[in-house]
Design a protein around this ligand. Structure first.
Ligand code: DHB
Ligand code: MG
Length: 215
């Protein structure tokens, strides 16, 4: 087993150019978010492409995204939905949700994406299953709860995907509640027979789990 990694900045740049070139919609969306004072913590473009490929693989009827921010990942997801696919994306901050709606409108995706405002745990109660794909990218302390909900809501064969699974490397020796929560999330995802799980070692770490038939 080799422990070197080849994820140098030149490699990342090439991957972005080949697999994840951003069009004007994505670029304008990020600009609008910056102008509105939103934090610059959207997915990396290559992670957007990964999400898009996973959506194309699963061919979901219903995707739930927890944490919309300005709609960057929602655009990557929704662009790969087929004609029966629908995305519900949840955002706790009404100002962020407004920017996301604007960006999704500009992307021509409003008909297949619904931005629901509120605390995720409250909103999730009202989302009827079965769900085909869940993307978790919201407050890190709640990741374990989001996984519990996903376990219940996903159909067998459905997919959970979680961004920031490395928590900037802090999962090895967690020193705050966010890192501790993500570490706990990973331990459950990796050991619960409800999941066939793996890590995609993106820059931020993207954890994935396929829901098994386990009750
Ligand atoms: C943070 C959150 C994210 O979802 C992310 O991708 C990067 C950073 C944060 O809260 O710091
Ligand atoms: Mg994130």
């Amino acid at each position: 087993m080799k422990n070197e990694n080849y994820y140098r900045s030149e490699v990342v740049e090439l991957i972005r150019r080949l697999f994840a070139p951003e069009d004007n919609v994505l670029i304008a969306g990020r600009r609008r978010a910056a102008e509105a004072g939103l934090p610059p913590i959207e997915l990396a473009p290559e992670d957007g492409a990964l999400l898009g490929a996973l959506v194309a693989l699963v061919r979901p009827r219903l995707v739930v995204e927890i944490g919309t921010l300005f709609g960057y990942s929602a655009i990557w997801i929704a662009r790969h939905l087929d004609s029966k696919g629908h995305l519900v994306t949840i955002e706790a901050n009404p100002a962020y949700a407004a920017v996301a709606r604007h960006n999704l409108e500009n992307a021509g995706l409003s008909a297949r994406v619904e931005v629901r405002e509120g605390t995720a745990i409250d909103v999730l109660v009202g989302v009827p299953g079965p769900v085909d794909l869940v993307f978790i990218d919201a407050d890190k302390v709640s990741y374990p709860e989001y996984l519990t909900w996903s376990r219940r809501a996903l159909r067998p064969g459905g997919l959970v995907v979680a961004d920031n699974a490395f928590r900037h490397g802090e999962i090895v020796e967690p020193k705050d509640d966010s890192a501790r929560a993500i570490r706990r999330f990973l331990e459950v995802l990796a050991s619960d027979p409800a999941w066939v799980a793996a890590m995609v070692p993106t820059l931020e770490g993207m954890a994935i789990g396929v829901r098994t038939d386990s009750p």
